[in-house]
Ligand binder design. Sequence first.
Ligand code: APR
Length: 721
Amino acid sequence: MSQSTDGGISTMDTEEEPENLGDSLEKSWRGVPMEAIHRNLHPFELENLPPVSAGNHHRVLYQLPIRDTPPRPHKSPGKWDSEHVRLPCAPESKYPRENPDGSTTIDSRWGMIERALLQPIESSEELQAAILSYNTTYRDQWHFRALHQLLDEELDESESRVFFEDLLPRIIRLALRLPDLIQSPVPLLKQHKNASLSLSQQQIACLLANAFLCTFPRRNTLKRKSEYSTFPDINFNRLYQSTGAAVLEKLKCIMHYFRRVCPTERDDSNVPTGVVTFVRRSGLPEHQVDWSQSAAPLGDVPLHVDAKGTIEDEGVGLLQVDFANKYLGGGVLGHGCVQEEIRFVICPELLVGKLFTESLRPFEALVMLGAERYSNYTGYAGSFEWSGNCEDTTPRDSSRRRQTAIVAIDALHFAQSQHQYREDLMERELNKAYIGFVHWMVTPPPGVATGNWGCGAFGGDSYLKSLLQLMVCAQLGRPLAYYTFGDTELRDDFHDIWLLFRSEGTTVQQLWSILRSYSRLMMEKTPKEPREGKACKKTLYEFIREELKKDKDGPGNGSPAEAGTSKAAGSGEAICEAKPLAPAKISPELTKKPVLPKAAVSQGSPDLFPTQESHDSDSSPEQVILMLSDDEETNAMMEAASLEAKNSEEVSNSSTPAKSSSSSSKTGGGRQLTLLEMLDSHYEKGQASKRPRKAPNCSKAEGPAKSRKENDEEDKKDIVD
Ligand code: APR
């Protein structure tokens, strides 16, 4: 039995099955079998969260103990303030109603909503009209082309009729039960707060029915300083006006969910009877781990690395990672359709987290326990397709929660991949994973099921991210199941280096020291075009091997490489070169230095987080980049600016074809994207907090740009309700 460095006793069996070649040829996985990841216990034996109990830091919206199924709503006086969700049925929720004589009266918004939705609705145009009737501010902006396409074209005549005659009335009836089902204030899980919220699945279905019908007030303005500008969107209007095949497939998943959970007039036996808990974790900078002091042996982590399978299918009973956006759900109510968005539409109860979870800060995470899976799917991103019903048989815990624990942690988005090797940014990723994986119970922590976190839309290097997550699991004494999503080379390389760590007894602090050397090396080497693909990523592992070998050969071979001194580095060509950070053109107002928390300054390496006094010196543009690094909006602006710069450079020397990049700033036809359009794409990837107002030259299709005055008018209206 080994003592994990965080005090939790980890009876981790790290013995690996003897491998024979024949075996490994057909096995899609390497390392220890899943039984060892489950510590040779039943997959659901270990708990991720304690049982639900109401308290100051845990609000429960249903009555405890649970006597009825589904649980009955807890009752307490409603709140209309900045700490709680502004429910559309609140008496304070008002809306200006235009009278026939042109005058306007301030009316109860809920009354308007009821009147609009209880009218017969027999087509998607009528549905759009009903929704807009209590969202008049957006009458000229919202168009529901995806909803029309699904209901008028994608579904056949009979399916469409069933929707309008059966399913839509059920969704509406459930939505209008909001005053019955939610009878206590819904707290916002705000930044800098450790807080939990538990709701019944029935209450979640009711809230999501309201999101489907876009009834939540004040959640639609794009004004950057509006009350919910730091919250994800919750009303489905953005989904209805998005384009692409995946949007229709996501809508099918959501409609299927409502088919499953909305009671009919005669029968409510299909209403789910369980509970879901959302836990916001917010760590303090001074509580961050000092990774240079962690003696946790990396080889002690039972590692199962599999090129096949997915986190949601194989990670049964484990803490499953959501490769999140800081705005929970990312582009799920837009165009997005990668790991997080897919998880949120096959388990739609996760969507309700968007209603009350403020965007995640660097040392924050959100754990979600109890969400049920309702749909199966095939494909990914553009090829994503709904593929039918899923009966989730995951057992429930003593609090009636499906024992599926998901943790949302948002990686940094690296537009230029070499940024990710910067020490402070690697540290940010370590601390983000730490606050997500930390286990606040005395029982041993279940294993973690993860994969290429931050290595898809966010452009990270899976060779680095796999090691960072291994370090955190070592520190916390958690087994690690890593799914490489088809990358057999990564599987083998990750497994091989883990074997090396095990044979050498490499600790977290040793690896961290090597990574910091690599970081300095990457910053100092003269720029050569970084080799694309594996060759570049493999050099990280080669560098680590070299350094471990030097350590092993003992003194006289120097401590882990100082920048530029290691043999591998000395040979130069073995190490993937990277351009030193090109100082992005940062507009003056963006170079205002944020006041970094004192601890953050002491935590970061001095040259990267200069002390307050040195802020006054003119920090290099690179340092400004690092100091702003956790402000995605700034990143997006900088990236867009640098893309702008890069493209104008490429246009000038037209000999070099513009490199395609995930965030290419060129449209298909080669037209330069406007800064707004580039930000738009960052919004989808969660980079920009909210898209600013339309630029004057926005395309006709999107209608004329609103003036600032008109927008302010809207916001005024918005605030009324
Ligand atoms: N199981 C295991 N691995 C997966 C799965 C899955 N179900 N889905 C995808 N992967 C792997 C793929 O290799 C993918 O490239 O994880 C990688 C990263 O997935 P992304 O979703 O691109 O995650 P990330 O790079 O962190 O980007 C996050 O994308 O989904 C949005 O809202 C999210 O804005 C955020 C951004």
